[in-house]
Design a binder for this molecule. Sequence first.
Ligand SMILES: Nc1ncnc2c1ncn2[C@@H]1O[C@H](COP(=O)(O)OP(=O)(O)OP(=O)(O)O)[C@@H](O)[C@H]1O
Ligand SMILES: [Mg+2]
Length: 254
Amino acid sequence: MPNVVAIINQKGGVGKTTTAVNLATALSAIGKNVLVLDLDPQGNTTTGFGLSKGRGLQSSYGVLLGLTDPREVILKTYVSGLFIISSTIDLAAAEIELFSQKDRDQKLKQSILDLVEYDYIFIDCPPGFGLININALNASNKIIVPLQCEFYALEGLAQLFSTIQSVRNTINRDLIVSGILLTMYDRRNSLSSMVASDVRAHFKNLVFNTVIPRNVRISEASSHGKPVILYDVRSAGAISYIELAREFLDRERK
Ligand SMILES: Nc1ncnc2c1ncn2[C@@H]1O[C@H](COP(=O)(O)OP(=O)(O)OP(=O)(O)O)[C@@H](O)[C@H]1O
Ligand SMILES: [Mg+2]
């Protein structure tokens, strides 16, 4: 089995894509061989690496439906050791196309089963709880949950954890949570620190010690088609994602 990590939270705009792009980049910078699978029809991971979205079956859409050999659509990025399967807008239709298929919730798992040459495969998941995300959860051994430090952060987590539990009870018994990641932390805003301590009180060791600060360099970087680590390695955003990569690897060793 390849080592597959889904970056998932059904809430939109919480930092899933930013985490997929920057954690993957930080890990390849320390010598890991990493593949990122962009499963979001919005394709923000794809453009986040300065690449154009794929077309039709030549993308994660074909891989998800089991119609394309993933090795035929893996693209190099300009980061050495970092590869991507790009997204396409066609993915938006995949939910409906999957619906009538046998093994509709295991298509992706079957498709990427023998991609063992990567140390890690990260899946950037779309928001929501559709069949794309059920496929992502079934194909993964672990998940990272980015959580934005804002008032409604905890809302929806219970639903996410109950979905994870039902995936465990059915097809993917060994699915584990690598960690919950606090994102867009604003130290000038007392709400941020209240949310952070609430989440830590509730989820304890499940929460990464590393916190991703709100940092304008992160959003600038994505608009330039670059991971923040390459855009401004000295920025607080870049430093925090490098720290996250170290902590993630520590957790892997345990
Ligand atoms: N730490 C941060 N500091 C500042 N801006 C950030 C930070 N993290 C993410 N952003 C910005 O917030 C927006 C949402 O982030 P991102 O796209 O990573 O979220 P997402 O969970 O993938 O969203 P979606 O659910 O739509 O896929 C983006 O414009 C991104 O550049
Ligand atoms: Mg996204």
